[in-house]
Design a protein around this ligand. Structure first.
Ligand SMILES: Cc1cc2nc3c(=O)[nH]c(=O)nc-3n(C[C@H](O)[C@H](O)[C@H](O)COP(=O)(O)OP(=O)(O)OC[C@H]3O[C@@H](n4cnc5c(N)ncnc54)[C@H](O)[C@@H]3O)c2cc1C
Length: 368
């Protein structure tokens, strides 16, 4: 008999899980609270561990059309000194896929096209989840209920499914702020296949192309937390580097602020019976290692492999969480450390980008 999954949340993890399970022959319904899929946001940096999952479910041609596979990652000091060059094009041989830049909106559209409109219910905000021996039932704010063999909470940081399973969680009190903005590659003569990071003593800045001549930057700095003028003033002063020109080429209406928190204590379990979590719902993570979406994709890969190889849903979910909780923990920790500028000391001492030692360790382990 065909198995069915109700997936709450039409973000990266929810849409990918829908495509993956659909290709395994499951009957899939992805329920998104908003009336349309995410259109806001800037770009996204996907790494080989995430790209491998998307390519595994047949999305390589779509990825090629939607964003850009990068060739190099260059690291500079805020005075413009070249600190490190990483050949990321060679990562297809080393790690099975290269580094990728994409506009979030375009990624969302690519994933929803692959899922198919008939599997997606917009305007469906999950309010609670119940379960019995035969299945699990999602109740939505519009009063509708949908039953399935398994329910996946892929509903992001403020997950209603997680609340339904485990109650409210304690988030870190110290909000971290990250800024992002958009610019045209040609306006600053940037290489359309190179990602760049620039480290200063009390902040860092990075940018990457996302295809179609567009690029986005991300930035964080001590005390630069409130308004756009602080950002343009602070980074506009990094003379000697490419940063002031990028700031000048940015239409300030595209600059967005995100206040970010992770959990004080990670969840001990992600699943109860037939209901489980993936992505930010299970493990909010600061973007210090640019791994949130990539870890979400790894979650989906392991979850679907477990659902495909265990007879019972409950044993599959137990196996999934036992693999992934251990794998995600160091990434959440490492992302906070890098966000807190501990990396700055490593840049100064080691003349290298601190991200890469961490990434090489992470990428060398394969998911199950
Ligand atoms: C500033 C910033 C930069 C980042 N940069 C990167 C990066 O470069 N690389 C990277 O890998 N990660 C990055 N991340 C992290 C990444 O964006 C997240 O980890 C990723 O989006 C998580 O995907 P998700 O599907 O789990 O959750 P989300 O993308 O948050 O999707 C959740 C979806 O669920 C929906 N939803 C919420 N509640 C309900 C409900 N009750 N019922 C139904 N639907 C609901 C939401 O509307 C949303 O569509 C960044 C994050 C931030 C904030």
């Amino acid at each position: 008999m065909t198995k069915s999954a109700i997936i709450c949340g039409g973000g990266i993890s929810g849409l990918t899980a829908g495509i993956y399970l659909g290709r395994m022959g499951w009957d899939v319904t992805v329920c998104e609270k908003d009336a349309e899929l995410r259109t806001a946001g800037a770009g996204l940096n996907l790494w080989p561990n995430g790209i491998r999952v998307l390519e595994k479910i047949g999305l390589r041609p779509a990825l090629e059309k939607t964003g850009v596979f990068l060739d190099q990652y260059r690291t500079f000091s805020s005075e413009g000194e070249l600190i490190a060059v990483e050949d990321v094009k060679g990562w297809r041989e080393t790690y099975g896929a290269p580094l990728y830049g994409v506009h979030r909106r375009h990624l969302s559209k690519m994933l929803s096209d692959a899922l198919g409109r008939h599997n997606l219910r917009l305007g469906h905000e999950v309010a609670s989840v119940q379960q019995d021996d035969a299945g699990a039932v999602c109740t939505f704010g519009n009063g509708e209920t949908i039953r399935g063999d398994v329910v996946l909470g892929a509903d992001g940081v403020a997950s209603a499914v997680r609340n339904s399973l485990f109650g409210p969680q304690e988030f870190s009190a110290d909000e971290r702020v990250r800024w992002r903005g958009l610019f045209n590659v040609a306006d600053v003569h940037a290489d359309p296949k190179t990602e760049v990071e620039v480290w200063g003593t009390d902040g860092h800045f990075g940018y990457l192309p996302m295809g179609g001549g567009k690029a986005y930057w991300f930035a964080a700095a001590d005390g630069v937390t409130q308004n756009v003028e602080e950002v343009t003033g602070f980074f506009g002063g990094w003379h000697g580097s490419a940063v002031p020109a990028i700031i000048a080429a940015t239409n300030t209406s595209t600059i967005i602020r995100n206040g970010l928190r992770d959990f004080v204590r990670p969840l001990k379990n992600w699943s109860k019976g037939r209901v489980t979590l993936a992505g930010d719902a299970a493990h909010p993570v600061l973007p210090g290692m640019a791994q949130g979406a990539n870890q979400a994709l790894e979650d989906v890969d392991v979850l679907c492999q477990c659902l495909g190889s265990y007879d019972g849903v409950e044993s599959a979910l137990a196996a999934y969480e036992s693999v992934r909780i251990a794998q995600v923990a160091p990434v959440v920790k490492g992302s906070r450390a890098l966000f807190d500028f501990e990396g700055q000391n490593e840049v100064a001492k080691g003349n290298k980008n601190p991200l890469f030692d961490r990434y090489h360790r992470l990428a060398e382990r394969r998911v199950i």
